[in-house]
Structures are given as C-alpha cells and as structure tokens.
Design a protein around this ligand. Structure first.
Ligand code: G3H
Length: 483
C-alpha cells in the first residue's frame, strides 16, 4: 500500500490525553478512491480499554451531579468548533470514506445542529410526579417523584458512512444525559472521529468523560462489548455484527441501528416523474451506502415500463467518479464491498433479470445499475447491497407489494408513491417497518424524528428525544406525607 504524502499517525484519546498505544501497533486507513493510505490510527490494547473505562466511571460520578446548563456550555462550544472546522473535517471525511466534499460539509453542519438541538431538548425535558390516590386503596399521602438519571458509561460504536453524524448522535445525548462515553469508531471513519473528538477536547470537556478507542474490531470489539464496566451500548453498523454484539453483550440496555432493504412501492396512480426523482436520490446518493437507501422498487406492472424508462433517464444523468468532484456515484468503501455488490448483479443476471443500465465496474467503483424483472428467487431481491444497484420487482397488486415488502428480514423504512392518500395510509398500516414515507424517499432526517429499525434492522429507538430517554433510566422517589 502506498501512503499519501503528509499522512499522519493519529493518537487515541483517554482521560483527557492524546496518546500512542503501548502496543506499538497502528492500522493504516486506506482511502476508497485514492487507493492509498491517508493516515494511521492506534491499535490499542485491552489494558488501555480498561483504563479508559475506569477513568470514565470516575469522571461520570461528578458529571452526573453537574447542572444541565453546565453540560450545555461544553456541548454548544463543541458544536461551534465543528462548524469552525467544517472544511478541514469535510476533507478528512472525503478522503477517508470517499463521501462527496459538499455532502461531507453538510454532514458536519448537520451534526452541529444535532448537538444544539440535543442540548435544547435535554434542557426542556422534565420528570413527573404522581399522587398515590389514583390507584385503588392508594392515598394522597404518597407522592412519587419520577426523574431520569444517567446510566453510567455508554459504549458508542459508529459506522463508516456517517463518521461524524452517527457518532455525535450517540455522544451528544449520552453526555447531555450525564453519562461518560467510550467511543469506538469504524476503522474507516476513525480519523474523522478523531477530528470530532479534537473539537470536543478543545471545548474543554472535563477529562475522562469521553475516550476515543481505536483498534481492530477483532482485538478490542468483543472485549469492549463484554466489558463489565459498560452500562449501555449504542451501535450502528451491519446486521451481522449487531446480532453478534447482542448475543455477547452483558445484560445491559442496547440500541441497535442495523441494515435495511427499504422498498419503494409505486402504485399505478403515482406521479411517476416525481416518484422516479425520489427513488433515484434515495437509491443512489453516496453510491447507496446509506442504511436508509431505497434498495428495491416494487412497482405495479401497469406502470412499470414507464417508470423504468424514467428511472433509466435519471440514472444516465448521475455523475460518476470522484468525491472531490462531488460525484453522486463514488468508489465503494473497499474492494470486498464492491465484490459483494457485483456478485448480487451476476446472480440476478444468471437467473434471468434484465440489466437496463450499468453493470460496469472499475476496481471498487460500481457504475449505477438498474436491474429489471427481478424475481423472488434472486438474492438481490432480499440482500442489502450497500452499493449503487437498484432491483425492480413488478407486482400485480398492492397486496403483492406489501407481501414482498414484509417478507424481508429487514424493517427499517419504506416509501409508498400514490396520489390516493387513503391507499397510502392503508399500505402504511400494513407495512412492517419503523417508518413509512408517503411520496418521498426513505431517509433518517430530520434528526429529531424517532428513528426505528424493526426485525433485522435494529432494536430500540433513536432520534434526539428518544436517544436522551434510552441513555437514562427512570428513578422514583416516594414521599410519604404525614398528616
Ligand atoms: O446510514 C444510515 C443513516 O442513518 C442514514 O441517514 O437517511 O440521512 O442518509 P440519511
């Protein structure tokens, strides 16, 4: 592997200090489009993980008693620092995970907005009180004060595709709720994560409250997940890893955001031009490397030919190439991912699907590919590609679309395109996903909406308010009043 000139060896962050690991080992981060090393991160040891968790517990005890206004001061400063450093951080996101530069900048600004909203939401969340006399036999002499308290030390594990936003969406609510955080970024994404932590360190956050632990998942992954010092895990990543984590984690609260196979259901009465635009943006932005990407189209056979020709025209307009030029289609995160995507296309073609456009590849750059006449027998009908390929399944009724949508092991989001609001709501009621979008692409934001994956797509709820709730627990103090 060649190395970019000026590639830096980054340190990890523990107890308020930037350090090199005692392991003496580092991991090279290969850029998906430069195809060379853009920096090295520390491969830390189990002892260093222990130290991070120990210092997190010590600091959290004091932090839990700090006022919300005090916590807000640090987080507001963190948000300001991110905005100030948006160009520098966006460049690193671009080089490290191959995201278009403008999209990377938007991610940083979105993250600052997320942090500020989290602060404001936390400032306005209040407990409740209950009188005892509403239960049979109860009395007004009992008053329950129900408040929320932090869980302790939260393990935040983030994926490569949104290395800042999906990291801060765990770190910000965790800190605001009074917890300490052990942050483990994905390998590609760890340099961006380092920059995000630098901005938090420069905000003056008291030492020990956040640690950045980097290393091979195979070395520190299970160790972190099974560690007795971790009180809650918030994970975003692949379904297989998430399922494995759920089996290994000690009996602690988990929030898992995993994969998806979001369908776009297109009824015969849909505005096809509008639907095509949403489907293309939903399926192909950042080469489809979004958990919420549209990953299959279930279209009524009476309008399928028209939709396919509209989609084809839109796919042909997509820019393909480098994130430095803000191309929509960029090289996938690594060659293994591209091999997997290509395998799905090959399987579909072998089983009789028609490639409408695409099926072209240069290393890990997969050209946008539209595959028609996909059937249930083809793997691409069910598996998540995390790449720029879109299978089209023709259906003869709403019911068939609903059945195929629900047969998936995933249940993140779905889109329904129709001009009949009653049909839209009926279908929305019958689809087994966390969210249904009516006449729009599938997407996470705005970030204060609840974000839910069911079945193989996850566990628990995110979204700012819900994340604050999931990173705290209720505590009841009962006042027994004497007459
Ligand atoms: O990859 C999963 C992200 O949460 C998707 O976010 O819908 O805003 O692209 P997005």
């Amino acid at each position: 592997m060649t190395t970019e000139p000026n590639a830096i060896t980054y340190k990890f962050y523990i107890n308020g200090e930037w350090r090199e690991s005692k392991s003496g080992q580092t991991i090279e981060i290969q850029s998906p489009y430069l195809r060379n090393s853009v920096g090295k991160i520390q491969a830390i040891t189990h002892d260093e993980v222990d130290e991070a968790i120990h210092s997190a517990h010590l600091s959290q005890k004091k932090w839990a008693y700090s006022s919300l206004q005090e916590r807000a001061t640090y987080l507001y400063k963190w948000a300001d620092n991110l905005v100030e450093k948006q160009d520098e951080i966006a460049k690193i996101i671009m080089q490290e995970v191959g995201k278009g530069y403008q999209d990377a900048k938007k991610e940083v600004v979105r993250t600052a907005d997320f942090i500020r909203y989290t602060v404001e939401e936390a400032l306005h969340m209040h407990g409740e009180s209950m009188m005892g006399d509403s239960f049979p036999g109860g009395s007004k002499s009992k008053l329950a004060i129900v408040s929320r308290v932090p869980l302790g030390v939260i393990l935040a594990i983030s994926p490569f595709n949104y290395p800042i936003n999906l990291a801060a969406s765990k770190v910000a609510p965790a800190l605001m709720a009074g917890n300490a955080v052990i942050f483990k970024p994905a390998t590609n994404g760890a340099i961006s994560g380092t920059k995000m932590i630098e901005a938090l360190d420069q905000a003056g956050l008291p030492k020990g409250l956040i640690s950045l632990v980097t290393g091979r998942g195979s070395v520190i992954g299970d160790y972190l997940v099974e560690h007795k010092g971790i009180n809650m895990i918030s994970f975003t990543g692949g379904t297989k890893t998430g399922m494995n984590l759920a089996q290994k984690a000690a009996k602690i609260p988990l929030v898992l955001e995993l994969g998806g196979k979001d369908p776009a259901i297109v009824r015969e009465d849909a505005d096809l031009l509008e639907a095509a635009k949403h489907i293309i943006s939903g399926a192909f932005s950042y080469s489809g490397q979004r958990c919420t990407a549209i990953k299959r189209v279930l279209v009524h056979e009476s309008v399928a030919d028209t939709l396919v020709s509209l989609l084809k025209a839109e796919v042909e307009k997509l820019s393909v190439g480098s994130p430095e030029k803000d191309s929509v289609i960029v090289p996938l995160i690594d060659d293994v991912s591209a091999d997997y995507v290509q395998g799905l296309v090959n399987d579909a073609v072998e089983k009789g699907a028609t490639v409408i456009v695409g099926n072209k590849r240069e290393h890990n750059l997969i050209y946008p590919t539209l595959i028609d006449h996909v059937t249930r027998e083809m793997t691409v009908a069910w598996e998540e590609p995390f790449g720029p390929i879109l299978p089209i399944i023709r259906v003869s009724s709403d019911q068939e679309a609903i059945d195929i949508a629900n047969e998936s092991e995933f249940g993140l989001q779905a889109s329904v395109f129709t001009s009949d609001i009653n049909k839209a709501l009926t279908i929305a009621n019958l689809i087994d996903t966390g969210t249904i979008q009516i006449n729009s692409r599938t997407e996470r934001g705005p970030d204060h909406f609840p974000f839910i994956g069911v079945k193989g797509s996850g566990m628990g709820v995110q979204g700012i308010h819900k994340s604050l709730e999931s990173m705290t627990r209720e505590k009841v103090t009962v006042l027994n009043i004497k007459d």
